[in-house]
Design a protein around this ligand. Structure first.
Ligand SMILES: O=C(O)CCC(=O)C(=O)O
Ligand SMILES: [Fe+2]
Length: 257
């Protein structure tokens, strides 16, 4: 991470460290990537109960599901122009491969979300999330000794982190608003010591400076103020970029035809 470039984007009220950049992509770049993804054939997707998912270039393998079989590169709609911008910002500067090698693409309809979880040890502790389509609110929970935690392990559809009764009774400690075209980077203590999730609601409420940790960094506050801090969700696609620590090359003969 290059602190000189990113320091203007730190979300100050969160545990160290999260960075938020509104308008990371232009509207036309966002639309292009969104349309490319929504035009993919349905069979490519992994349908989960609460959302659908693509794990690219491939789902993690091995008993701990922590191993990336690097047989194919990431598709260009995920790399161009995003990886160039990441490298200019120095986001993966300290990571083992100096660049992300894995992307989870999550699509959420209004009313869909993801249970609180941690992103886990298979990845270098940096997650860079690009948001496309509609906005969302990421809820962040403090990790307590009694909290049962699982990792996002999304390829298997198991994204339970907190017990469901805990979710009902525990309020998130922080809320981060992710605008269309924005970039959110989570790392450090925030990555390892907190859980994050997205509530299954059709309308987000109480969007304002009191509740939203990155309110002062938003690109378009008016879009959330106009209806008194309420905003209806639309289809949102998130791209979560990570560097998987363990990479194994595919067996060469499998590539030959
Ligand atoms: O959609 C998001 O912004 C969050 C997704 C997420 O937490 C994950 O894929 O691990
Ligand atoms: Fe996650």
């Amino acid at each position: 991470m290059d602190p000189r470039i990113l320091q203007d984007h730190i979300i100050p009220s969160l545990p160290p460290t999260a960075y938020y950049i509104p308008s990371f992509l232009s509207p036309s770049e966002s639309t292009h990537i969104f349309n490319t993804i929504t035009s993919l054939p349905p069979h490519k997707w992994h349908q989960l109960t609460h959302r659908r998912l693509l794990s690219l270039p491939s789902p993690l393998t091995g008993t701990n599901r922590d191993n990336l079989l690097a047989t194919t590169p990431l598709p260009t709609y995920l790399t161009d122009p995003i990886l160039t911008s990441f490298s200019e910002l120095g986001i993966f500067h300290d990571s083992p491969h100096k660049a992300p090698n894995h992307v989870l693409v999550n699509e959420y309809q209004p009313g869909q979300g993801i249970m609180p979880h941690t992103d886990g040890p298979a990845y270098w502790p940096v997650t860079a999330t690009v948001s496309l389509g509609g906005h969302t609110v990421l809820d962040i929970y403090e990790r307590t000794p009694s909290t049962s935690v699982s990792t996002n392990d999304s390829a298997e559809g198991d994204d339970s982190g907190l017990q469901s009764n805990e979710v009902a009774t525990r309020r998130p400690k922080w809320r981060v608003l992710q605008e269309p075209g924005s970039l959110l980077v989570t790392t450090g203590e925030l990555y390892t010591e907190t859980l994050h999730g997205i509530a299954e609601v059709e309308v987000d409420e109480d969007l304002g400076p009191e509740e939203i940790a990155n309110w002062d960094l938003l690109g378009d506050k008016a879009a959330y103020e106009v209806d008194g801090g309420r905003k209806r969700r639309e289809t949102r696609i998130s791209l979560t970029y990570r560097d998987v620590r363990k990479v194994s090359k595919g067996l060469k003969f499998l590539g030959k035809r």
